[in-house]
Design a protein around this ligand. Structure first.
Ligand code: SF4
Ligand code: SF4
Length: 383
């Protein structure tokens, strides 16, 4: 079986260039499939109320260009939506800061939280680790779904691209359950369980400016200059991993889990890449995430996992005592402790902590850092 991926150069977010590059990438991927009647949903990455220049969220010009592509197929109602991080419940702030509000000026386009039509209990045939999941009804019922992901690193899952973007379809309880394990593989399997419920009809990856380092919230924006399109999320993620410099993308547990279940290409030979050569994709000096055991071959990962650790560490000077880290911790390992200047500092119970790094991901000031032990630093230096 073969999987087409379209890729087009796009140097910045100037509207005309994004529209031209989007059209090229989509065409090179074989075009959008036919859209059934009903609402067309664009599942964006709106992790937090962050400005587009921070590269945390899918850029609004990418979303606007996707709307343009959908409209070429018919005059559909279009909804742009996501479930952001647990603590961001103010849809107005989310849509305003991310620039998504601007896209809703187009007639027939609305935006909001993905779970605003309710949540449904689901059990997928391909589930490996979850015994059930609670998922956005709007996502399940959409007549057509475009997955509009952002190319980013991720301290826990290594990459956050098309497959990872679907994690946001689940409610808070399900996402906490997925994070509440110390096993990186279990989290990857759980995310792919969610992805298997209803794979999106088409995938767009915003790789014009991506994120390197300790993503998905606190990495550095990195200019890359591509829009990637495919009907296969896994095939698009192969291209994303190649851009980040992975020689064997299947060493990323998330991708291995999807490939093992036949959800896309299991080898690079199964991908037809239109618009670029594989050799020109890697971005020179791209800083991968500190995600644990990347540097080791797959068969050593289980052993190395116990020795190479990355865990949360508070930088008290940057902490504003907002308490967000305590709210997002899936295993209730964070409690308030009195700080010297009367603000409440978070105290981490190291016995309970499963090192999921949700507190790092959601900390608004970057005060909860991702700390690597000596072996992790050595692994990083020698990779
Ligand atoms: S570490 Fe971050 S999230 Fe936690 S209280 Fe301090 S500023 Fe808030
Ligand atoms: S303290 Fe932070 S890293 Fe540890 S389990 Fe809680 S959220 Fe995860």
């Amino acid at each position: 079986m073969s999987f087409a991926v379209g890729i087009a150069k796009c140097s910045d977010y100037e509207r005309g260039e994004v529209e031209r590059s989007m059209a090229l990438a989509v065409e090179r991927a074989g075009g959008l499939p036919d859209i059934r009647a009903g609402e067309a949903l664009v599942k964006a990455n709106m992790l937090s109320p962050s400005e587009p220049k921070k590269a945390v969220t899918t850029h609004p010009e990418i979303l606007r260009a996707i709307v343009g592509e959908i409209r070429k197929k018919g005059d559909f109602q279009i909804r742009i939506a996501d479930n952001p991080g647990y603590i961001f419940t103010d849809a107005g702030a989310l849509l305003g800061k991310t620039g998504v509000n601007g896209v809703t000026e187009i007639e027939g386009v609305t935006a909001g939280l993905l779970s605003d039509m309710g949540i449904r209990d689901v059990r997928g045939d391909l589930f490996r680790v979850l015994d059930g999941a609670r998922v956005s009804a709007r996502y399940l019922d959409a007549g057509f779904c475009v997955n509009a992901a952002k190319l980013k690193t991720h301290v826990e899952t290594e990459i956050s691209c098309c497959i990872k973007n679907i994690f946001g379809i689940a409610d808070i309880g399900t996402r906490k359950k997925c994070h509440g394990s110390s096993s990186q593989k279990r989290l990857a399997d759980a995310i792919v369980d969610l992805y298997s419920i209803r794979p999106p009809d088409f995938n767009i990856l915003d790789a014009v400016v991506g994120m390197e380092g300790d993503g998905p919230s606190h990495g550095r924006p990195r200019r890359i200059g591509y829009i990637v399109a495919s009907r296969s999320a896994l095939a698009a993620d192969w291209v994303a991993a190649a851009i980040m410099g992975y020689e064997n993308p299947l060493c990323v547990p998330l991708m291995a889990s999807a490939a093992e279940r036949g959800m896309g290409p299991g080898t690079r030979d199964e991908i037809i890449l239109n618009g670029a050569d594989w050799g020109e994709l890697p971005v020179k000096g791209f800083k991968k995430s500190s995600g644990l055991v990347r540097a080791f071959p797959t068969f050593l990962r289980g052993f190395v996992h116990g020795l190479v650790s990355i865990s949360p560490k508070l930088d008290a000077a940057r902490c504003v005592g907002c308490g967000i880290c305590g709210k997002v911790c899936p295993v209730v390992a964070i409690s308030d402790a009195p700080g010297s200047d009367r603000k409440k500092l978070p105290a981490i119970d190291r016995v309970k902590c499963v090192a999921c790094l949700c507190c790092h991901e959601m900390c608004p000031t970057g005060a909860m850092t991702a700390h690597k032990n000596l072996l992790a630093r050595l692994a990083e230096a020698f990779r």
